[in-house]
Design a protein around this ligand. Structure first.
Ligand code: CA
Length: 225
């Protein structure tokens, strides 16, 4: 699966250029032209990396980073203006993973992206995913709701993990089959519904929370209450 990159940049020409280059490299790219929309998208949790401009309308890049870091460890590369040492330092202090100075050569940006993604590839194992009082510890393969341990089978855990990784995004049954079940599994998409029911029995119903939402005719989405 190709890495999903969120590009928060208000200079539309630059954003379009970077998007084209990244798509050409096989990344999937979502653009946001202001800080507020960018932050909302970044918090949805469906991205592997965020490219964040500093000078943005509505919410500055620094503010986006500050708020994002309260709940997300997604790698962030800041796009800073030339010679703005203060921006670089505060960006790194606030938890940016790297920065690149405008104007940049696209090859340099691509190299930084590869490095940042490689690092998370190794660090991702310690990831903690959350929604509506539920915590999923990727490394320990443990799930708790309000601090209470939930016992899940391997398949249930993998399904929940995939939905949580894509929190806020609707995931189709086909996508779930492709990513959670084995490649050659041919049980049909109603298998997904069966496992969703198992999860709802063990989580939504038992703890009286609305975690997994059905989008009729499309698939499922996990939303924060
Ligand atoms: Ca800007």
């Amino acid at each position: 699966m190709s890495a999903k990159i969120l590009l928060i940049e208000d200079e539309e020409k630059l954003a379009r250029f970077v998007e084209l280059e990244l798509c050409y490299e096989g990344y999937s790219v979502t653009k946001a032209f202001n800080g507020r929309t960018g932050l909302e998208l970044a918090l949805s949790g469906g991205f592997d990396l965020v490219l964040l401009d500093i000078m943005l309308p509505e919410l500055s890049g620094m503010e986006v980073l500050r708020r994002l870091r309260r709940g997300s460890s997604v790698p962030v590369i800041m796009l800073t203006a030339r010679d703005s040492v203060t921006d670089k330092v505060s960006g790194l202090d606030l938890g940016a993973d790297d920065y690149i100075t405008k104007p940049f050569a696209i090859e340099e940006l691509l190299a930084r992206i590869r490095t940042a993604l490689r690092k998370t590839g190794q660090a991702q194992e310690t990831e903690l995913l959350t929604a509506s009082g539920l915590h999923l510890d990727v490394k320990r393969r443990a799930v708790t709701v309000n601090g209470e341990q939930v016992e899940l089978t391997k398949r249930e855990f993998d399904l929940l993990h995939y939905l949580l990784k894509n929190k806020g995004l609707v995931v189709t049954r086909e996508e779930l089959l492709e990513n959670v079940w084995d490649f050659d599994f041919d049980g049909g998409t109603n298998t997904v519904d069966v496992y969703i029911r198992f999860l709802r029995t063990k989580i939504d119903e038992l703890y009286n929370i609305k975690l997994i939402h059905t989008i009729r005719g499309v698939g499922y989405v996990i939303k924060d209450e």
